[in-house]
Design a protein around this ligand. Structure first.
Ligand SMILES: NC(=O)c1ccc[n+]([C@@H]2O[C@H](COP(=O)([O-])OP(=O)(O)OC[C@H]3O[C@@H](n4cnc5c(N)ncnc54)[C@H](OP(=O)(O)O)[C@@H]3O)[C@@H](O)[C@H]2O)c1
Length: 241
């Protein structure tokens, strides 16, 4: 994509954490933004603090028509969508005896079905336009096998395989698909673990900051049209995995 000024990006999970940092990074590159998450108040305060008057949509990413509404909003406000950042995600872990079985469906809907659905919706429009970039936020957990985290890691692995498949299907179309896999990053994603009496992973190492992941996303987007950095894993330096 190279030159980013005046491109139009849709960012999911933008109300906090990594998504909010990506919004800040891309806004500073002159990209026009559509920001989405469920919490309108957080989206409003973030949008008010960013240049370029971002559009916001408060919606659940697992709802059937959220992706279509995001594409329509980007088109209505800015004329098109050049970039989709599939970032919204949740983390639910726990031992066999106490793992909340409802979390299987919730994580599958949020971490896999929703980004896959949105990727299809946006990729169709981008392919028709002859250009675009889709970045899926995975996790280093996609490649780590450990007890109690199988659903989260398995879904991230599935998202990576889907990303690669879509990248291959779109090769030569002008639409690039890539992924950024963060390591342990200081965000509120660990609140659920901590509320259940488990230590958050961010307590074991000096974690990455959301801005570190946002820089990686920007790097993917800045590549010239003939280059696709399709996979970037970002580890905390002290992480021994
Ligand atoms: N932090 C880490 O260490 C780490 C490591 C590897 C990968 N990741 C990945 O990075 C991504 C961002 O995580 P984060 O650490 O920034 O987490 P976070 O601080 O908990 O933020 C998650 C974001 O997703 C949104 N979201 C969650 N469920 C949603 C739903 N059903 N519909 C719409 N929006 C929803 C939340 O907004 P609302 O609550 O307002 O809807 C929030 O903006 C995730 O895909 C995560 O798996 C994080």
């Amino acid at each position: 994509m190279g030159e980013l000024t005046d491109k139009v990006a849709v960012i999911t999970g933008a109300s906090r954490g990594i998504g909010a940092a990506i919004a800040q990074e891309l806004a500073s590159a002159g990209i026009r933004l559509v920001l989405t998450a469920r919490r309108q108040d957080r989206l409003e305060s973030l949008a008010a603090a960013l240049p370029g008057n971002p559009a916001i949509l408060a919606a659940d990413i697992t709802d059937a028509n959220t992706a279509e509404r995001l594409l329509a909003l980007a088109t209505e406000r800015f004329g098109r969508a050049d970039i989709l950042i599939n970032n919204a995600g949740i983390l639910r872990v726990g031992p066999l005896e106490t793992f909340d079985l409802a979390a299987i469906r919730e994580m599958t809907a949020t971490n896999f079905e929703a980004p896959v659905y949105a990727a299809y919706v946006f990729a169709r429009a981008m392919k028709a336009a002859g250009s675009g970039s889709i970045v899926n936020i995975s996790s280093i957990g996609a490649h780590l096998t450990a007890a109690t985290v199988g659903v989260y890691g398995g879904l991230k692995r599935a998202l990576e395989i889907f990303s690669d498949s879509l990248r291959i299907e779109l090769a030569g179309s002008g639409v690039r698909v890539g992924l950024v896999a963060p390591g342990t990053t200081a965000t509120e994603i660990f609140s659920d673990m901590k509320a259940n009496g488990q230590p958050g992973w961010d307590e074991y190492v000096t974690p990455l900051q959301p801005a570190d992941i946002a820089r990686a996303v920007r790097y993917l987007l800045e590549q010239p049209a003939h280059a696709n950095v399709a996979r970037m894993h970002v580890y905390a330096s002290a992480d021994a995995h």
